[in-house]
Design a protein around this ligand. Sequence first.
Ligand code: AQP
Length: 338
Amino acid sequence: MSDKKFTPRVFSGIKPSGGLQLGNYLGAIKRFVQMQDEMETVYCVVDLHAITVWQDPKELANGTREVAAGYLAAGLDPTKSILFNQSQVAAHAELGWIFNCVARMGWMNRMTQFKDKAGANAEKVSLGLYAYPSLMAADILLYHATHVPVGEDQKQHVELTRDIAAKFNHDFKTDFFPMTEPIIDGPATRVMNLRDGTKKMSKSGESDMERVNMTDDADTIVKKFKKAKTDPEPLPDTLEGLKDRPEARNLVDIYAALNDSTPDAVIGEYAGAGWGRFKPALADLAVSKLAPIADEMARLMDDPTEIDKVLKNGADRARAIADPVLAQTYDIVGFLRS
Ligand code: AQP
C-alpha cells in the first residue's frame, strides 16, 4: 500500500428524495456542520442518486432546494464549505461510469441497502439503484476525500468505495485515489423509526408518524413523540437495562444527540422516569432545537434566489476540484483527449 499523503478533506451528501428527517439531521447534517471548522468540507445534494427511484420532475428542483435549505439553516457556512447539487457537476456521472467498470458484480450483490430497498421487487427496480454505490464512490473520490461522515446505514457503501479505490489503484498501478475513512460517531448514527424500533427512520418511510421531519411544527413534533411506540417499563438506571428495548433506547439516543450529551448521562438524569415524564421532556427539547432550523428553512425557501446562488457558486468551486481529478483519471485509464 502507498504512503502517499492526501490533504484532509470531507465529502458527504444527502438525497433530495423527500423532506429531511431527524435521522438526516442528527446522523449527518449536525455532524457536517461541526466538521467545517475541522478541515476542508465539500457537501452535496445528491440529485443523481435521488432519481434511482421515481421522483416527480415538478418536485425535484424544490426538493433539492429544501435539502440545501436544511444544510444552511442548520449552520452550514457556504464561505467555509462547498455546497452544491450533484447534477451541476458532470464529472460525478463520468467518474461513476468508470467505476461501474471497476466494481465487480459480486461486490454489488452484497450491498444490504440495495436488498432492503429493492425487497421482493429486485427485477423491477432501476439499474441505477443497483449501481448507486459506485456513483457514491465517484462522488467521494472525485474530491480525493479522506473522510466521509455518514450514518451507520452508509458504512458498507464507504467500505465499497475503498474497495473500488484499491482495485483502480492496483489495476492501473497507481496511488491516485485515497483510502477514505468513514466517520460514524455520536449517539445518533442510526435513528430508528418511531413506530418500529427495529427499522431506521427514513424520508420515504410509509407513514409520516414514523419520523420527525425537519419542517414539522411544534404541535406535530409533540404529537409524534407522544404517539411514539414504547414499552410499559419506566427508564432503567443503567444503559444495560435498555438492552432488548429498541424503542426506549431510540428515544434515549435521540434525547442525547439533541442535547449534545450521552445516553449514559440521559439515563443518569431520568432513571426510573415513566414515559409520561420522559416523552414531554424529549418533545420540548426537540422543539427547542428544531423550531429555529425549521423557521430558517421556511425563510430561505420563501425566496430561493439565495439558495440557488449558493448552489451555483458551490458547483463552480466543486468543478475546480473535480474536473482536474477526472482529467487525470482519463489519462490513467488511457482515454484519448485531443
Ligand atoms: N435514520 C438515520 N439515522 C442516522 N443517519 C441517517 N441518515 C439517513 N437516515 C438516518 C444519514 O443521512 C445521510 C443522508 O442520507 P440520504 O438521504 O442520502 O440516504 P438515506 O440514508 O437512504 O436516507 P433516507 O432518509 O432513508 O432516504 P430514503 O428514504 O429516500 O432512502 C446519510 O449520511 C445517512 O447515513
